[in-house]
Design a protein around this ligand. Structure first.
Ligand SMILES: NC(=O)c1ccc[n+]([C@@H]2O[C@H](COP(=O)([O-])OP(=O)(O)OC[C@H]3O[C@@H](n4cnc5c(N)ncnc54)[C@H](OP(=O)(O)O)[C@@H]3O)[C@@H](O)[C@H]2O)c1
Length: 318
């Protein structure tokens, strides 16, 4: 099979990343204070290279659907700001939102303003309107909600009106007003059309559902992303909470300790980010304790293929 230049470049960069794992993971970050778990996680969190540029991003990101849709309730907003603080302290960067998520964008904007952190996140949002003409206006409203200078990544949400929106996003990228362009889907919807766009459009990112219980993407989308040199964001890692709730009713398998997992969240997330085509997983949470558990999945040993099979079997038995 002929390799695309992106795929060749990706393999080269992956080699560099693997051969210098900890120096790259720690690049540009302050040295960890010995007493701080967050700082230790920050220094060691697994990084992945975006194939189209080689830029490294942390493998654990943060979703915002439902959990950050808290309206203007001041206490709830402060709680979400603390989640963002803990996320950044643990070395996180990519936050994902959408105009579809109620007040989530404003909650993120409030947190970033409070923490003075608008320049420290990898801001990933979406365009979600059936009208191509309304796309630019919606994107500008979203940007104001986030209070960022520009988005790092904009994705066409659920492929809605993709013909019109992709033109807008590629034009923004060409003008330097956007860094990366992507598309999203979830729960296995429209995979055939999604696959066609992955083949035909110069996408930087794709986002779809992938976890140890929902593995359809292993058949076509994940191998295709590798072949085409497209970065992958995995959404719904906990099936919107159902998977982690079911898992938490069972004892954690003793062998989870072999890859440094002390809870189910870490086992489920490590399964996802150990797939070689996945660049970032975006669990959503409104709780600092859960956030810290999730960020722990970016640290330490990752499951090998045999351990990945054990995780699938354990999840099938839930
Ligand atoms: N088409 C699309 O573009 C699309 C579709 C779906 C999702 N997404 C993106 O993907 C993100 C993630 O998906 P999701 O929000 O559907 O759900 P998810 O991340 O699979 O699950 C979120 C749920 O898990 C719980 N949780 C998180 N960490 C936990 C932990 N350590 N222990 C126990 N419970 C935990 C959260 O509750 P607590 O608040 O109590 O922690 C929340 O109820 C979304 O937020 C969104 O950004 C995109």
């Amino acid at each position: 099979m002929t390799q695309s230049p992106r795929a060749t470049r990706r393999r080269f960069l992956d080699g560099l990343l693997a051969s210098a794992a900890s120096p790259v993971a720690a690049a540009g970050r302050p040295k960890a204070a010995p007493e701080s778990d967050a700082a230790r996680a920050s220094a060691r969190i697994a990084m992945r290279r975006i194939p189209s540029t080689g830029e490294a991003i942390p493998a654990i990101g943060l979703g915002s659907w439902i959990t950050f849709n808290v309206g203007r309730d001041p206490l709830a907003r402060e709680r979400c700001a603390e989640v963002i603080r803990a996320f950044l302290e643990a070395g996180g960067s990519l936050i994902d939102s959408s105009p579809m998520y109620g007040s989530a964008q404003e909650t993120i904007g409030h947190g970033l303003a409070k923490l003075g952190a608008a320049g420290r996140v990898f801001a990933a949002d979406k365009v979600w309107t059936g009208s191509g003409a309304r796309g630019p206006e919606q994107i500008e409203t979203s940007r104001r909600h986030w209070s960022v200078a520009r988005f790092d990544l904009l994705q066409v949400h659920n492929l809605l009106a993709w013909e019109a929106h992709l033109g807008t996003l590629f034009a923004m990228k060409a003008e330097g007003r956007l860094r990366y362009v992507g598309i999203t889907t979830s729960e296995g919807r429209r995979h055939a059309e999604f696959e066609r766009l992955m083949r035909e459009q110069p996408l930087d990112f794709v986002q779809f559902s992938y976890n140890a219980a929902d593995r359809e993407a292993e058949q076509r989308l994940l191998p295709l992303a590798r072949e085409r040199g497209i970065a992958v964001i995995a959404n719904r890692p906990f099936r919107q909470g159902d998977l982690i709730r079911a898992a938490s009713r069972r004892p954690l398998p003793v062998w989870a300790a072999e890859i440094g997992c002390s809870n189910w969240a870490q086992l489920l997330l490590k399964f996802i980010v150990s797939h070689p085509a996945v660049h970032c997983v975006i669990p959503a949470t409104g709780r600092v304790d859960h956030l810290r558990e999730n960020m722990g999945a970016g640290v330490g040993a990752m499951p090998d293929p045999a351990m990945r099979r054990r995780i699938v079997e354990a999840v099938a038995g839930l």
